[in-house]
Design a protein around this ligand. Structure first.
Ligand SMILES: CCc1ccc([C@H](C)CC(=O)N[C@@H]2O[C@H](CO)[C@@H](O)[C@H](O)[C@H]2O)cc1
Length: 819
């Protein structure tokens, strides 16, 4: 029998139909005539898998034989989006599949709509991980993504009377054809218990962990197809199950619940994604989740990916584990435990290996988002790891004391162990000390990391700190989401841009071509109409065909300042109903919001309610009908983003300067021909530098100005009292005008704004309004607007996640695994 995979089905309509019907009849076990949409979707998914399988098997074989350095991407979140469309794209089978389904009497669009996206992430961090693994496969870089196979992903958001209601996300309910379980590769993961000393046969005093309980980790493999290059990398997601699923004795004694308790207890570990995306709750289960997937991943890599007799001293030449924020950082003491306790390395040798195997990416600037675990909890759940962290800390502080003799305050500041408010482990410090490189995700944030978040560490090891500005995959966010624009670009400059996004530069001259501008504007209008059709069916929203689409879609968080957008909308509305501005003087705008709030984030949920209340009032007000509309489709996710972003005219990136680490939505909008109104925050700075000041609506304080205002004491009431327009706007909200006259229903948000306003919404209000007036002026000149939109596309090639990967290879992963 040949070693290689058997022949994949023929890349012809006939070949595809044959493979599909075999999957339907023999895989799904139904006849076409009696098959349901779900049967057809599952059979179609499995058919496309077959075309990818050969590449997957070959890529795996190549990786095993070769000695190329592998990137191990450790992330607690992957926001993958729907897989079918991306797989058809990567295999270049879209047209063949569409025709094959048509001949079977099936509308492939209905099957695409059947897929439930795996929502295994909260927002930016999770989606970035998905873009990164896509790029590494397309660039043929050996990469294994490691994560958690949550049974329930990010909650489904529904609105009841304008209020967010969370519904469990049972994404696996109708089957999941894109994953391959490998129970034979299960890993035992230990927890609890205690440690004890013992002397080994070389007379060395050693430590061993005597765990209290354990669970099994089952890997589920996902294909990560490169774009038409035959490469298919692997995403390995771990699912927890009980070591002893079922206690027969207890069962026979009739205590059924106890009999299966172990099972439920174990399964809880990978049951559900924590829906917080900035304020850790410090829950024990969350730490269990983090250690669970890290322990499975390290064990599996050493046991199954490395050659049997691999010399672990060479580990840093074979793998670099990228830590996607602090969530997988327990991997550092876990590798030390494996090398010292199990493999018998002495501490210094083990530490030298470990700190060259890890690199840490920090995705936040919010102090409250930096994870700390109490020594009490860590010591109880992972007693050996706490000991190892203490030892790492002690040796590190010794180095610091030598470098800065007598500066005990510095040593105390740099200690991994915080004494207040309770003894706890600062995971960002452990990550920094145990990594070869630390990077931020945009120039500004990386600088603030050095200057404000980790200054002592930056001063102590400046070379360790670098920046890699985020990026997004052009395959999903242009080619897949915006076929019309893709075709226009390819017809104009060829198709290389898909894997070489800098080629978009060649579009620049066409900004001055009226014909091209007309085609470009027609693409935008068609994408708008596609969105309107969807929102009409999906959310019962009827939106005017010809208005500027002003879009703000991202997680709901005060620092992202959805309330500032709300004040703008109300100020425009107030202009009209107060007779200050004639309705025909108002540039027609449709405001689109998309945002989930962490279930425990009360004020965020109040802001969602207020946005929905303002939307209902304005949409029902004849005085502004067809001119001002507000839409807030529920359950914003990757699939909805793929429909909203190509339709947008104006991209709202209005966070308080110094708060948004990077943003990636901002990049997706610019690449899809929307103009940005934004502050100099995160990657907005780099977008503005590349697209040019004329093609970006900048407003608001800079980060240093925010710091200065903060330092001298910010009193929002001053701005309220001194700005008549702001006052009228806030008073209208406070009056209950949008909440059936019930002032209490808007009071929390209003009071917070006028009394605390921690993210200085009122301070940036006037500058924002002035910028929006500039937007109106620009939009009144469609040729100027379209020209600017084309320049945004042409000059945003830098924001490809392929470029980000090249930077990681050059600056962090060093000896690039690509020969
Ligand atoms: C609950 C603990 C927690 C804390 C932080 C986080 C993430 C780091 C939050 C996050 O998604 N950050 C976003 O990361 C994106 C990718 O780098 C950036 O573009 C966004 O600016 C940043 O907010 C998740 C969960």
């Amino acid at each position: 029998l040949a070693a290689g995979p058997v022949e994949p089905p023929a890349s012809t309509v006939e070949g595809f139909i044959e493979a599909f019907l075999r999957e339907l009849n023999y895989g799904q076990g139904v006849l076409l005539s009696r098959s349901t949409i779900n049967d057809q979707y599952l059979a179609l998914a499995r058919t496309v898998r077959e075309y990818l399988m050969a590449g997957w098997l070959e890529t795996g074989a190549l990786r095993r034989e070769g000695d190329r350095k592998i990137v191990g991407y450790l992330s607690a979140e992957y926001l993958l989006g729907r897989q079918l469309g991306n797989a058809l794209l990567a295999t270049n089978l879209q047209d063949i599949a569409e025709e094959a389904m048509r001949r079977c009497g099936i509308d492939i669009a209905a099957l695409r709509a059947q897929e439930i996206e795996p929502g295994l992430g909260n927002g930016g961090l999770g989606r970035l991980a998905a873009c990164f693994v896509d790029s590494l496969a397309t660039m043929d870089v050996p990469c294994i993504g490691y994560g958690i196979r949550y049974e329930y992903g990010i909650f489904r958001q529904t609105f009841e009377n304008g209020r967010q209601v969370e519904v469990p996300d049972s994404w696996l309910a109708l089957g999941s054809p894109w994953e391959f379980p490998h129970p034979e590769r299960q890993v035992r993961v230990d927890f609890g218990g205690h440690t004890e000393k013992w002397t080994d046969d070389q007379g060395r005093e050693r430590t061993r962990w005597v765990p209290g309980w354990n669970v099994l980790g089952i890997p589920y493999h996902h294909m990560v197809p490169g774009f038409r290059n035959g490469t298919v990398n692997t995403l390995r997601l771990w699912s927890a199950k009980a070591t002893q699923a079922f206690d027969l004795q207890i069962f026979n004694s009739g205590d059924y619940a106890t009999a299966v308790r172990a099972q439920t207890f174990a399964e809880n570990i990978s049951k559900v994604l924590y829906p917080e995306d900035s304020t850790p709750q410090g829950k024990e289960l969350r730490l269990q989740q983090q250690y669970f997937f890290v322990a499975c991943s390290l064990h599996d890599f050493i046991a199954n990916t490395l050659p049997k007799d691999f010399d672990l001293r060479q580990l840093p030449e074979r793998i670099i584990f990228q830590l996607n924020d602090t969530h997988p950082v327990i991997a550092i003491p876990e590798l030390m435990r494996i090398l010292v306790d199990i493999k018998g390395f002495d501490w210094d040798e083990a530490w030298d290996i470990t700190r060259r195997c890890f690199a840490y990416t920090c995705h936040t600037l919010l102090p409250e988002a930096l994870e700390v675990w109490s020594v009490e909890l860590l010591g109880r759940l992972l007693p050996r790891h706490l000991e190892i962290i203490y030892q790492i800390n002690e040796l590190f502080l010794e180095e610091v004391r030598q470098a800065f003799p007598g500066d005990e305050m510095r040593a105390r500041r740099m200690s991994i162990i915080a004494e207040h408010p309770e003894r706890s482990v600062r995971m960002a410090y452990l990550a920094t000390i145990g990594s070869a490189k630390v990077n931020g995700v945009a120039e500004l944030q990386s600088q603030l990391l050095r200057d404000k978040v980790l200054p002592d560490f930056s001063e102590y090891e400046p070379a360790k700190f670098t920046n890699v500005t985020n990026g997004v995959t052009p395959r999903r966010f242009i080619y897949l989401a915006n076929r019309r624009l893709s075709n226009l670009i390819t017809d104009t400059i060829g198709s290389e841009w898909v894997t070489d996004l800098d080629r978009l530069r060649e579009l620049e001259p066409y900004a001055d071509d009226a014909g091209f501008r007309a085609e470009f504007a027609a693409v935008k209008q068609a994408n708008k109409e596609r969105l309107f059709r969807l929102l009409s069916v999906r959310d019962g929203l009827e939106l005017p065909q010809h208005a500027m689409l002003d879009v703000l879609v991202k997680r709901l968080h005060e620092y992202k300042r959805q309330t500032l957008k709300l004040l703008h909308i109300v100020s425009l509305y107030e202009d009209v109903i107060s007779g200050t501005v004639a309705i025909d003087q108002v540039v027609p705008r449709t405001f689109i919001f998309g945002a989930k709030a962490a279930p425990g984030y009360h004020l965020a949920k109040e802001i969602i309610f207020l946005i929905n209340s303002v939307a209902a009032t304005i949409n029902a007000d004849e005085r502004v009908k067809g001119v001002l509309s507000v839409a807030f489709p529920a359950n914003y996710n990757v699939t909805l983003a793929e429909k909203i972003i190509p339709a947008a005219d104006l991209s709202e990136q209005i966070s308080l300067a110094g708060k948004e680490a990077s943003g990636t939505g901002n990049m997706k909008f610019a690449l899809n021909g929307a103009l940005t109104i934004g502050t100099d925050d995160g990657a907005n700075v780099e977008i503005r530098q590349l697209v040019g000041d004329d093609n970006f609506f900048l407003f608001g304080m800079t980060e240093p100005e925010v710091e200065a205002l903060h330092a001298r004491g910010y009193n929002p009431a001053e701005y309220y009292e001194s700005n008549d327009k702001l006052q009228r706007t806030i008073n209208l909200i406070a009056s209950g005008h949008f909440t059936d006259g019930d002032r209490a229903l808007s009071a929390q948000v209003v009071d917070n704004l006028v009394t605390q306003d921690p993210f200085m919404v009122l301070a940036d209000f006037q500058s924002y309004l002035d910028a929006q007036a500039r937007v109106d002026a620009a939009y009144r000149d469609p040729e100027r607007w379209t020209r600017s939109a084309i320049l945004n596309v042409a000059r945003s090639g830098f924001f490809s996640s392929d470029r980000s990967m090249r930077d990681y290879l050059d600056r962090i992963w060093l000896s690039s695994p690509v020969e």
